[in-house]
Design a protein around this ligand. Structure first.
Ligand code: BES
Ligand code: ZN
Ligand code: ZN
Length: 487
């Protein structure tokens, strides 16, 4: 928990004052005079010598100052380092039960202020719903000195609060165990968001899916008593830019055992996160609606549990996808792309102009780029550029991968139009498979978040568990589309 108090001047109640710095220059902090500034120099030298730097509390001229290293190190952008520094600061103050801390941010840019607020908020996240003794809450008040920029800072704080609430929603859903959040549970959560944000929602259950030929979901969901769902949410703002309609499709495998092509036992529990794409999709449309961004958005959650059961799909089985193509299930663990055939078909039926899908799709992507960089694909270079730029503004790194047609032959099979695994280049083969279900004229980008959705050690401002990847970049991308006036 943290409280933000934004004011033009310091109240004098704070027992600590914070000085952020980037390299040797003290950033947006009250100027230290003469002797004090020389003392500060020494502290800076000391912290700067430690990579990833830390905090140092020093008393100078009766002021208790805390220096926080926000230097650009180890590949993080300076905004991201600032977030991390703010996160460490919040953790530090809470651990020591410091009630009130003053941050002088009046000289900071709007982006820097936003980063600091995000970093402080990240420190407030914990997932202790299942602990018998949850940690005692302790709220630190961060007093922000804004001078004449109070109004501007309050607007930024409100925006960050909306974004963070959505990120928290995504993380909570992802961290919840598979048995406690089956497809029907996720659909209920989507219902709550629809109500909160006044969105139109449509939920299809197994019967409806069978009737309408959404056979990817039906096929994958057959092995579980927790039946599949397809959820569609519509955001239609009063003022929307013309000619743009964004579809977002999320993979929502609420647990992935691999099916009959069973996964190895080591690390299988991490597959509670195999619905991260759908969680990010839901979280993003929530924030987009609450921020009243001027772009039409349709969000689709493809939800199923990939389990073993008497009715489970057999390797070699063939089904007809919603767009008429037939698919042979060569590997039941490559289930994400099967349910996405339905998600993509559903989004396409809304005549979207732009389409993003997010999926924890391949182990190959985890091996290629790890936890810090999301690999993505696109059939449109302008959209690809916008994804990278929106990622940068959100401190989420994206790297474009090729939709290499030379590997497309790997999806051929004698008895059906295609099979669900290729021969080589696992992440690319998966993307090529998805491409078969995207209409030609739609600008599409596929984000393989398998490596970046869930971390097993503390990283930047995320503890063990869900990172919330994708939520901010999606919001930022919609801001970008909203500014591009239909182009
Ligand atoms: N959900 C997994 C991908 C995954 C792996 C996500 C590790 C997060 C961490 C996906 O359904 C899967 O099992 N993919 C297989 C595909 C293969 C059988 C072609 C894989 O990547 O091993
Ligand atoms: Zn799988
Ligand atoms: Zn999966």
């Amino acid at each position: 928990m943290m409280k933000l108090k934004i004011d033009s001047a310091a109240s004098g109640k704070a027992s600590l004052e914070v000085l952020f710095f980037v390299k040797k220059s003290v950033q947006f902090s009250p100027v230290l005079s003469g002797k004090a500034s020389a003392e500060a120099e020494k502290v800076l030298e000391k912290i700067e010598s430690e990579i990833y730097g830390d905090l140092e509390v020093v008393e100078i001229e009766n002021r208790k100052l805390i220096f926080v290293n926000a230097a650009k190190e180890r590949g993080l952008s300076s905004l991201d380092h600032l977030r991390t520094a703010a996160y460490r600061l919040a953790k530090y103050t809470r651990k020591r039960h410091i009630e009130c801390v003053n941050l002088f941010l009046a000289d900071a840019s709007a982006e820097q202020v936003k980063s600091v607020f995000h970093g402080l908020a990240y420190a407030g996240y914990s997932f202790d719903r299942y602990k018998s003794k949850p940690k005692k809450a302790f709220a630190v008040t961060f007093e922000i000195t804004a001078m004449e920029r109070v109004k501007e800072f309050k607007k930024i704080a409100a925006e960050v609060e909306t974004e963070q609430a959505s990120i928290t929603l995504a993380k909570d859903l992802i961290n919840t165990p598979g048995s406690d959040l089956p497809p029907a549970g996720m659909a209920l959560e989507a219902g709550k968001v629809a109500k909160e944000c006044n969105l139109k929602i449509k939920i299809r259950d197994r019967k409806a899916l069978e009737k309408e030929g959404f056979n990817g979901l039906v096929t994958v969901g057959k092995g579980s008593k927790n039946e599949p769902r397809l959820v569609t949410l519509e955001y239609r703002p009063a003022k929307a830019v013309k000619g743009i309609h964004l579809g977002i499709v999320g993979k929502g495998i609420t647990f992935d055992t691999g099916g009959l092509c069973l996964k190895p036992q080591n690390g299988m529990s991490e597959m509670i996160s195999d619905m991260s794409g759908s969680a990010a999709t839901l979280a993003a449309i929530r924030a987009i609606a609450l921020l009243k961004l001027p772009v039409q958005v349709t969000a689709v959650l493809a939800l199923a549990e990939n389990a073993i059961g008497a009715g489970a799909v057999l390797p070699g089985d063939i089904f007809k996808a919603k767009n008429g193509k037939t698919v042979m299930v060569d590997n039941t663990d490559a289930e994400g792309r099967l349910i996405l055939t339905d998600g993509l078909a559903e989004a396409a039926s809304y005549k979207v102009t732009h389409l993003i899908d997010l999926a924890t799709l391949t182990g190959a992507m985890v091996r290629a780029l790890g936890y810090a960089v999301t690999g993505f694909f696109s059939n449109d270079e302008k959209l690809a550029e916008a994804v990278i730029e929106s990622g940068k503004a959100s401190c989420e790194k994206f790297w474009q991968m090729p939709l290499e047609e030379e590997y497309a032959d790997g999806l051929k099979t004698p008895f059906a139009d295609m099979k669900n695994i290729g021969n080589e280049a696992g992440a690319i083969s998966a993307a090529l498979f998805l491409k078969e279900f995207v209409p030609e004229n739609v600008k599409w980008s596929h984000w393989d978040i398998a490596g970046t959705a869930f971390v097993t050690k503390e990283w930047k401002y995320t503890a063990f568990g869900a990172t919330g990847i994708g939520v901010q970049t999606l919001i930022e991308l919609v801001r970008h589309l909203g500014n591009s006036h239909g182009k």
